[in-house]
Design a protein around this ligand. Structure first.
Ligand SMILES: NC(=O)C1=CN([C@@H]2O[C@H](COP(=O)(O)OP(=O)(O)OC[C@H]3O[C@@H](n4cnc5c(N)ncnc54)[C@H](OP(=O)(O)O)[C@@H]3O)[C@@H](O)[C@H]2O)C=CC1
Ligand SMILES: Nc1nc2c(c(=O)[nH]1)N=C([C@H](O)[C@@H](O)CO)CN2
Length: 234
């Protein structure tokens, strides 16, 4: 059994999170994940030695229940990567959608960081990484609540970086259009890729590369690493 402290990645049973888990496993890094819905990938990850905790962060009870399971599972953590996310385009005023995304994107990282900082302090190097969204730069007419909650998550980075220094570094990664969805048609892909000067859909490896950079560099905290193909230049 490795004596390396595990990395926690939330919401890592598919897409970007799952790719990063697979790359960390290749590197011999112990991993704990949270997942919401049962999937075949969970069985595969468990067979690979990943510790998987079922959790729904839409409520405070669900978040605190996850924290209880996590702190019973491990006495230390190398890093916490807040990747779990709910991407809702609400139709008009939608308090339920707003509250759920605020809980997933803000309350869960806030409570997990506060309760689990002592586990990070057991590791010689310790990081918290919030996965936000480049869209917070200018807002989103179609996803007002999603964007506001991601902006709040980005702000947590500044506060926790100041609060947890010098032992724990805290940073954000702000992606834009990393992976498409199976139901995204050619016209959507054309319009979406045209929004950046690099004009590509890079795939999840760029997020793993960004995580590696923030984990490996000793002198970066309280910052946001933008991974957006140069969208801000258009
Ligand atoms: N994909 C992209 O191009 C971009 C992604 N991002 C951000 O990067 C991160 C990863 O993106 P992506 O992989 O596409 O994300 P997903 O949409 O695949 O969401 C990641 C996971 O979050 C989990 N999740 C959703 N709601 C809850 C909840 N209530 N409680 C606990 N977990 C929940 C889901 O679990 P389950 O499937 O089990 O329900 C899902 O597997 C996200 O934070 C996203 O906002 C930002 C910009 C671009
Ligand atoms: N939780 C999620 N957040 C986001 C997703 C996603 O699939 N799940 N996708 C995006 C898009 O890539 C957007 O950036 C461009 O269409 C943003 N956030």
């Amino acid at each position: 059994m490795s004596d390396t402290a595990p990395i926690l990645i939330t919401g890592a049973s598919q897409r970007l999170g799952l790719h990063c888990v697979q790359r960390f496993i290749e590197a011999g890094q112990p991993i704990i994940i949270s997942y919401r819905q049962e999937r075949a990938e969970i069985t595969t990850l468990r067979e690979l030695g990943v510790q998987c905790i079922q959790a729904d962060f839409a409520t405070e009870h669900g978040i605190l229940n996850f924290i209880k399971q996590l702190t019973n599972l491990t006495p230390k953590l190398r890093a916490i990567i807040h990747n779990a996310s709910l991407w809702i385009a609400e139709e008009g005023a939608d308090t339920q959608a707003f509250t759920q995304m605020l809980n997933v994107h803000v309350l869960a990282p806030y409570l997990i960081n506060e309760h689990c900082a002592p586990l990070l302090r057991q590791s010689p190097n310790a990081d918290i990484i919030h996965i936000t969204d480049d869209v917070t730069r200018k807002g989103s007419a179609r996803r007002i609540a999603y964007c506001a909650s991601k902006a709040a998550l980005d702000n947590l980075t500044l506060s926790f970086a100041a609060s947890l220094a010098p032992h724990i570094k805290v940073n954000s990664i702000a992606p834009a259009l990393i992976m498409l969805h199976p139901d995204d048609d050619d016209e959507y892909q054309r319009r979406a890729t045209a929004k950046s000067v690099l004009g590509t859909v890079p795939g999840p490896e760029v997020i793993y590369q960004s995580l590696r950079y923030l984990l490996d560099t000793p002198y970066v905290t309280g910052t946001t690493l933008t991974v957006n193909g140069g969208r801000h230049l258009k």
